[in-house]
Design a protein around this ligand. Structure first.
Ligand code: ADP
Length: 433
């Protein structure tokens, strides 16, 4: 039943017309907030959101000292019950926006099943978000979260659903399947969330599943949509799911990529890539690194070569069964294995806070006319420099097409990507503790 679309790259291509003002567009009843200042970061604390004591305690244990700009702007609106479209640089804590708003609003003594539904495009992201509900909801013991995706027996899912989770996180195809079998009910649903929503709504089949699920939920609910990137088309589509929504836009596209990430390219022949990679891994200092390749077979092959050379490498791609995928996700998240060879499965949403280097062993490729490799570049390099840390992105360029992609990236994000110098000071791409 699961779509085999996790690895499809289907982002958009266009230039957003963003400004630095607050505006209300009466026509579509969407209010937009853009910009925001760093001073927000220091003047607002999580306590100012008047969150439950159980949440404040879990937030503090998670090590969150201050809310980020997107959190300062979006959490109060989410708590008011507004429908929101929220765009901010990846790695700035969009997950906590909806996780905290939901945990705060659900009745913590007797929560209704299913009060909140969060849909995402990959199994790993679903698992990650479910874990964030568990982490931040640790002291709200009656509020249970469960995660559902393809590749697991539906009967097992059914068993877990008998525990009446208040929060359900999952991939659209499996959620729809569980609904059609009547294992999952939405009559009590109050929150409907789409994370990485442009990626989800842009894919025909997935978009259809989401729409079908949406129509089975009560009209009166809060809708939250989040992503680092939104095309005009997706924004238009998203507004169909919303009532009187607020748009929260933090930063324009150029800033999304520029901040915190040092970016270089290397001219290298295809048959020299492994040698170059091994030199880089030997000479650069990294906590963890993700190496992106274009295909499953290349991920398997490269991982094998790296392991033969004694690099602590693992790989993740759609060719693995679901247990292996989640297991490897967990391993890498826990720091077991410092090098991850991945396809674009990991290009979006996945949060590995220790990653300080991303290498595009293969530049992102457009898979169809509609798909935009420039957007994929943005999401891939966004796997480093999480939550304001430093990061380095190095792209291998081995063909005229890849050179063209590099050019387009620079044009679109108005930045210059230089050739990799012989040496880079470590403190430019690694936070010193
Ligand atoms: P996004 O969805 O914007 O890409 P995430 O929600 O994955 O970002 O958050 C990125 C990382 O930042 C996560 O490791 C998360 O735990 C951490 N984080 C989120 N909010 C805060 C905060 N206020 N203070 C410190 N770390 C935070």
């Amino acid at each position: 039943m699961e779509h085999n679309q996790d690895e499809d790259l289907n982002p958009y291509s266009e230039d957003e017309d963003q400004n630095e003002t607050k505006k209300k567009t009466d026509g579509d009843q969407t209010k937009t907030t853009t910009g925001g200042t760093l001073s927000n970061l220091h003047s607002t604390g999580f306590k100012d959101f008047l969150l439950k004591a159980e949440l404040i305690r879990a937030i503090s244990e998670a090590g969150f000292e201050h809310p980020s700009e997107v959190q300062v702007n979006a959490i109060p609106r989410a708590l008011e019950g507004k429908d929101i479209i929220c765009q901010a640089k990846s790695g700035m804590g969009k997950t906590a926006v909806f996780v905290l708003a939901i945990l705060q609003s659900i009745d913590s003594k007797k929560p209704d099943p299913v009060s909140a539904l969060v849909l995402v495009h990959t199994k790993e992201l679903a698992y990650q978000i479910h874990r964030e509900f568990e982490r931040l909801g640790k002291y709200l013991v009656s509020v249970k979260s469960q995660v559902f995706y393809g590749g697991i027996s539906v009967e097992k899912d059914r068993e877990r659903l008998t525990e009446d989770p208040a929060i359900v996180v999952g991939t659209p195809a499996r959620i729809l399947d569980l609904y059609r079998r009547k294992y999952l009910k939405f009559d009590k649903l109050r929150f409907f969330v789409l994370d990485e929503c442009d990626k989800m709504l842009d894919q025909k089949e997935m978009g259809r599943d989401i729409t079908e699920i949406f129509t089975k939920t009560p009209i009166d609910k809060q809708v939250m949509m989040l992503s680092a990137t939104f095309s005009k088309e997706v924004r238009k589509l998203a507004s169909k799911f919303m009532q009187d929504s607020e748009e929260i836009l933090i930063d324009d596209e150029a800033k999304l990529v520029l901040e915190g990430i040092l970016q270089y390219y290397v001219n290298v022949r295809e048959d020299q890539k492994n040698k170059k990679l091994s030199d880089l891994l030997d000479n650069l200092l990294f906590n963890q690194v993700i190496i992106f390749v274009s295909k499953v077979e290349r991920a398997i092959e490269l991982n094998k070569i790296l392991r033969e050379c004694n690099f602590p490498s693992l790989t993740i791609h759609s060719g693995l069964n679901v247990e292996d995928r989640i297991e490897r996700y967990k391993q890498f998240k826990e720091g077991i294995g410092r090098i991850l060879v991945s396809t674009d499965l990991f290009a979006r949403g996945v949060d590995m806070e220790k990653v300080n280097i991303v290498i595009n062993y293969d530049m992102p490729k457009p898979l169809t006319d509609k798909q935009d490799e420039i957007d994929t570049y943005l999401h891939r390099v966004g796997r480093t420099a999480r939550f304001g840390t430093k990061g380095l992105a190095i792209s291998f360029v081995s063909s005229p097409d890849e050179l063209e992609t590099l050019k387009k990236v620079q044009e679109r994000f108005v930045l210059k990507i230089s050739e990799l110098p012989d040496t880079i000071e470590t403190d430019q791409y690694m936070n010193q503790s």
